[in-house]
Design a protein around this ligand. Structure first.
Ligand code: HEC
Ligand code: HEC
Ligand code: HEC
Ligand code: HEC
Length: 411
């Protein structure tokens, strides 16, 4: 037993001492004053001094036990002292903005801040601290929180099939296929029909009442379906259309499969639809200044031929990817934040059992650049609100382990 405690102490020492060494002068570097070696365990005197500060100043928001009294205030209990101290410095020098926090710590010197950080680290965070709801339904939540957007899109698409075909592969002349079409382009197109800035008597009623989420789900569903070349026949001459298409490749792709998310692919599209669309730009019936000017010089034969050419090419499908599930996101977060959000790196915060609302707020702040951190910003740049909510609930429901050592057995 004693031996185990000793080994544990060594591991803790190695773990906590790392950042101290990182900032200490390198061996051999010239330094006139010898730096005193900082002891790495907070003494009971320091922890008690930290508690006194917490009672006087921090408790009314963070609780004397480190469990915050308000949903927008983070719990501090059992959070790594290194991380807490770094955040206090960030508030002090203005890198992290929150007037309440800056005011609260202004008067304290460095030792005081280190003591209060050590004090809060010394406390336990109960499992129920994340949110009552999350804690009581821990197991179910990860899966139940997720709505599969592709399935939701499929469910919403039943009314579209009569025109756009099963899985978005149309067999009707004049009717566009949607399977494998670029996601962003389809979202824009549906929003344009809804706003009546793109006019079509069939599409307007089909999308008039859809909200943005449904439009995105529909676009995702169609973008992920395997496209088939149109079975309808073309009037034009594909080989005569090929030279016309050199002017189009820059945007629509050399093979008619556009890699620009906001530009439609044309490969394998129904030729009648391609003709109608091109004529609509030419006649100014469909708005888009670039397309209007490009097709203004084409005559009817050019238009029929280039349509036949694009219809003859093989569609490869768009660049859309299925969004990550909460479990897939969490796998990425755990790489830094530790197993189930219990960080083993003193510089990286534990996020298990942290308040659900605070977690969501912090993630949103990184995404919006309100809280500066390049790592977290890169991680969360593409995240959607609903994914933030799911992740916040996921981590709020995970049990906090104050000290985490998951050992790999020796050989
Ligand atoms: C008036 C309320 C209030 C008081 C008093 C207060 N805080 Fe805070 N604290 C907050 C709020 C709100 C936040 C979250 C701010 C944000 O989103 O940046 C916060 C954030 C923090 C954080 C960042 C935690 C994290 O997970 O990133 C630390 C550390 C902290 N406070 C420590 C303290 C200490 C130590 C004291 C006492 C010296 C104190 N606070 C006093 C309201 C308060
Ligand atoms: C009654 C037939 C009909 C129904 C039902 C219908 N559409 Fe359409 N849709 C069309 C026609 C016709 C066009 C081409 C209109 C144009 O020229 O702008 C079109 C165009 C589109 C486009 C743009 C394609 C492109 O390449 O620009 C999208 C996206 C679309 N529809 C999605 C849907 C969705 C999603 C539904 C179901 C919610 C739906 N449509 C229901 C007839 C229909
Ligand atoms: C500068 C980039 C660019 C070039 C070059 C270009 N296009 Fe486009 N094209 C677009 C964009 C962007 C759209 C979508 C515009 C919109 O939202 O209405 C589009 C739409 C279309 C559509 C409608 C597709 C649909 O699904 O509704 C057709 C057809 C088309 N282009 C044909 C052509 C042809 C033929 C050429 C060459 C002669 C060409 N384009 C050159 C950018 C370009
Ligand atoms: C490459 C490492 C890394 C990855 C991956 C990562 N994080 Fe972080 N995270 C950090 C660091 C470092 C911080 C502290 C940043 C700071 O000082 O603001 C942080 C801070 C946070 C905070 C703020 C905690 C607090 O108490 O204020 C939250 C919430 C968070 N991360 C959630 C996540 C989620 C959710 C994911 C996965 C989508 C994730 N992180 C992925 C490194 C990472």
């Amino acid at each position: 037993m004693h031996r185990m405690m000793y080994v544990l102490a060594l591991i803790i020492a190695a773990w906590i001492v790392a950042p101290v060494h990182a900032s200490a002068p390198k061996a051999g570097a010239k330094s006139k004053t010898k730096e005193p070696v900082a002891h790495i365990f907070a003494s009971p005197v320091e922890v008690r001094a930290g508690r006194a500060i917490a009672e006087q100043t921090c408790a009314r928001c963070h609780g004397v036990d480190g469990i915050s009294v308000e949903a927008s205030v983070p719990h501090l209990a059992s959070q790594h002292a290194d991380y807490l101290y770094a955040q206090l410095l960030a508030y002090k020098d203005g890198a992290r903005k929150k007037a309440q926090m800056r005011k609260s710590i202004k008067a304290f010197n460095d030792d005081a801040l280190r003591n209060v950080a050590a004090y809060y680290f010394s406390l336990d965070l109960p499992h129920t601290a994340g949110s009552q709801q999350a804690a009581s339904a821990d197991a179910q939540l990860t899966s139940a929180g997720d709505v599969d957007p592709e399935q939701a899109g499929k469910a919403a698409s039943t009314g579209c099939a009569s025109c756009h075909g099963k899985d978005g592969n149309s067999a009707l002349p004049g009717m566009p296929s949607l399977a494998g079409q670029n996601l962003e382009y389809m979202v824009n197109a549906m929003q344009a029909y809804r706003a009546a800035s793109r006019k079509d008597p069939m599409m307007r009623p089909a999308v008039a009442l859809l909200n943005d989420d449904t439009i995105e789900n529909l676009a995702l569903y169609y973008a992920l379906q395997a496209p088939k070349a149109s079975p309808t026949s073309a009037d034009g001459d594909a080989s005569a259309g090929k030279p016309v298409a050199t002017a189009c490749a820059e945007c629509h792709g050399a093979d008619g499969n556009s890699t620009k998310p906001d530009t439609p692919s044309l490969a394998g599209q129904d030729p009648r639809y391609l003709i109608n669309a091109t004529q609509a730009y030419k006649a100014g019936m469909r708005d888009h200044s670039a397309m209007q000017s490009i097709v203004s010089s084409l005559n009817d034969d050019d238009i029929n031929n280039v349509a036949a050419y694009y219809a003859s090419l093989a569609p490869t499908g768009g660049t859309a990817r299925k969004p990550l599930t909460t479990a897939q996101w969490a796998e990425r977060c755990d790489r830094c934040h530790g197993l189930d959000g219990n960080s083993t790196d003193p510089q990286i915060p534990s996020i298990s059992s942290q308040g659900e609302e605070y977690l969501a707020k912090a993630m949103t702040a990184y995404r919006e650049r309100d809280r500066g951190n390049t790592i977290m910003r890169a991680m969360l740049k593409p995240i959607k609100d609903v994914e933030i909510e799911n992740l916040a609930r996921h981590y709020a429901g995970k049990r906090r382990k104050s000290v985490v050592f998951v050992t790999i057995p020796c050989k």
